[in-house]
Design a protein around this ligand. Structure first.
Ligand code: DIG
Ligand code: MN
Ligand code: MN
Length: 385
């Protein structure tokens, strides 16, 4: 049977080494799957049709590796990338695993830790550049608190800014043309994480010395954990030109960070997110990588991991077709057009015409959102072409 949703390099699907390399350990149980080497992951992702692979520094190079060992590992990885035609569009730094970061990295109260974190990030950025990355993600997993008795959040934010300002200035001086994408999360592993949502990050960027090189990396699970709309977070980032990267996965509200297969929860939210990214609703499409920051269920063996990876990409492709069909549906367009009259830009004419506005008549008008949403549901369910 011909696959109607073939994955191609043009889809720009990427996975992190840590995603398909996740061994299924959780806070209550040890690993259930064997470790996959970075080279095995590159080969496996190429086989399922991914375009690229992302990494934290220590996903590839164990902390404490000697320079010759580091060079050997990188050389072997680069050979696998070349053999498989895989890209490395994004790189990031692990600023959360080592115990030294227990009170944060860029926001640690101990300035020696902050300096160590900035130096580690600089080394990770150099690795990313060596592998061809153009985007550097910063996820401040340990930048938070369990008790605010320990430090004033204003000190933490100031230290965060100081670290990023240094990294922006240093990176710009190298002439690499990199962009930084800041990733928000409301909690876990810290009780509360500073700059908890994409909205917080968008404001924080405006306070930096080099805001133009900084954008956001919203994640479905993280906005959902905060009880917020990922669609609205991404739309706001796109509207101000700050969607530099995106972490796609799935999440049930009110739970720990599940990092589930894309589209496996809240299918309607995934549909409207894909509609934004694909630009079928009239605004420009997102042109960056479609990165799946997710992992397979603990129940899975290695074959199940590749089922997970295929599922992420296939669901995205199916929803992209459904979104195009939805926006190409004459009945959908008819309802959208019937509501388009009130979207004229506010101006003298509109304000001048306020005398003709009959608020009571407008208040009684129905918008046919029920029919429109039913059409969306039917396109998602595949019963309407
Ligand atoms: C978790 O959501 C974070 C880390 O996996 C990584 O730093 C970032 C990259 O997408 N997402
Ligand atoms: Mn993420
Ligand atoms: Mn997550």
């Amino acid at each position: 049977m011909i696959d109607q949703y073939p994955v191609t390099a043009a889809d720009r699907f990427t996975f992190g080494l840590w995603t398909v390399g996740n061994r299924g350990a959780d806070p209550f149980g040890s690993a259930v799957r064997p470790a996959l080497s970075p080279v095995e992951i590159v080969k496996g992702l190429a086989k399922v049709g991914a375009w690229g692979v992302n990494l934290h520094d220590n996903d590839l190079i164990p902390m404490g590796s000697s320079a010759p060992e580091r060079d050997r590992i990188v050389s072997e990885f680069k050979r696998a990338l070349s053999d498989c035609g895989m890209q490395v569009p994004m790189a990031t730094t692990n600023l959360f695993s080592h115990p030294v970061f227990k009170d944060g990295a860029f926001t640690a109260g101990d300035s020696r830790v902050r300096a160590f974190a900035v130096r580690k990030a600089m080394t990770a950025i150099e690795l990313g550049v060596e592998l061809g990355a153009t985007t550097i993600v910063f996820w401040g997993g340990r930048e938070g608190s369990e008790t605010d008795a320990l430090k004033d959040p204003r000190d933490a934010i100031r230290w965060y800014r100081e670290s990023l300002n240094h990294l922006c200035a240093w990176t710009k001086a190298q002439g690499w043309g990199l962009r930084f994408a800041l990733e928000a999360k409301p909690n876990e592993p810290r009780g509360d994480i500073y700059l908890a949502t994409t909205g917080h990050m968008l404001h924080f960027i405006t306070t930096l010395d080099h805001p133009q090189m900084c954008g956001v990396n919203p994640e479905v699970a993280h906005e959902t954990m905060a009880g917020l709309s990922m669609v609205h977070a991404v739309a706001q980032a796109m509207e101000c030109g700050k969607l530099f990267h995106i972490d796609l996965n799935a999440q049930r509200i009110g739970k720990y960070d599940q990092d589930l297969r894309f589209g496996s929860e809240d299918l309607k939210g995934a549909f409207f997110l894909v509609r934004l990214l694909e630009g079928t609703g009239g605004y420009p499409a997102y042109t960056g990588p479609r990165h799946f920051d997710a992992h397979a269920y603990r129940t899975e063996d290695v074959e199940g991991v590749w089922d997970f990876a295929r599922g992420c990409m296939r669901t995205y492709k199916i929803l992209a077709v459904r979104a195009r069909a939805f926006d190409g549906d004459p009945e959908v367009q008819g309802i959208l057009q019937s509501n388009a009259g009130g979207t004229a830009a506010l101006g003298d004419a509109a304000l001048g015409g306020t005398a003709q506005i009959d608020p009571d008549a407008i208040a009684t008008r129905g918008l046919r959102a029920e029919r429109l949403d039913q059409l969306a549901i039917e396109h998602i369910m595949g019963v309407r072409q």
